[in-house]
Design a protein around this ligand. Sequence first.
Ligand code: FPP
Ligand code: MG
Length: 361
Amino acid sequence: MRVDLKDPHRYPLLRFRTVSFNHKSLCHWDFWRMSTTGEIEQSYRGVQTHMEALDRLMGEILSADVGCVDDMLKYAGRYSGKRLRPALVFIIGDMCGETTDKHVRLGAVVELIHMATLVHDDVLDRATIRRNHDSVNIRWNNKDAILLGDIMFARAIRLLVTIGNMRALDLLTGAVSTICEGEIQQNQLSGDFSVDFVTYKQIIERKTASLYAAGCELAALLGGANEKLVTAFSNFGMSLGTAFQVIDDCLDLTGDENVVGKSLGTDIKNGKMTLPLIHLLAELTGAEKTQVEELIQRDNCTNEEVKEIRVLLADHGSIDHSLSLARGYVQESLSPLRDLLPARDFAVVEEIAGFVLERRL
Ligand code: FPP
Ligand code: MG
């Protein structure tokens, strides 16, 4: 498929190439970027130029002629926090050959899809805080939050088309379908205590890890890697994404809302059977077990009650157990990369994995 990127009528999202940059959106974007990233930025040192190109492209995409939509898109810009997904795209692109303008667009596509899912997710989870501020559904309302997520998703796909690669189109649209399937599976199993570790892993691979896997796979592919390395990076993305979600589920139960910057305790309130809760219920017996099951099934569980569950989770080693499983997934997927990458590149991949496993936000 040949794509004329210079045609601003067909690809208005790429206007950033030909028109002067929108200064207002850059300021907004940069502000949130700086305030939400931690040591992870250290691992981005080799791809700084690509990250800057990403910021410019994102600033352009998150704007609209309709004033109220423009406000919402700018506000949703803060949903991009650590920019881990695009950073991985650039780091992998470099390791596999070369990071090109296609990687910058791929990074933006993956980040936009991620941000769109968060806008929708906060509606589904009835969450009120994201990145330390009101979530879009609270700042506006559920109806407009759903529509905004749709706009972001549509713009991501439109940008994806300009990459002109059918495998990329196929993989990423497939990943979006998989994400939604995982979400539906999770909703249908809400408050169902028969959810075991295998089902939980399936759900989080679908709703979270599939996007990481697709992003890593395509970054390697567009960088010119052979199929063996492409597969190794796809598997790495899958396990890193799985670990990311396990840590997320631990933080939902044990994190500090001011540090994590989003509504916590929502998993219990929404009856989500996450790994620490599955482990805890397997450990508990009698009245204690019945009490926790009753709390998970009620949708008005209080913050005090969530705190009581925190104590039980600590007493029964449920968080430690979850974290050690997350570490195990990542270790497993790192092994093939150790053999395929030069030591210096492998150290960078290991560093990123370490960040995901240690993260507090
Ligand atoms: C975070 O889960 C949410 C996801 C990983 C995916 C949510 C996806 C959807 C709602 C489908 C949206 C689809 C499109 C096309 C826009 P979480 O609630 O465990 O994480 P959180 O703690 O960050 O809220
Ligand atoms: Mg959520």
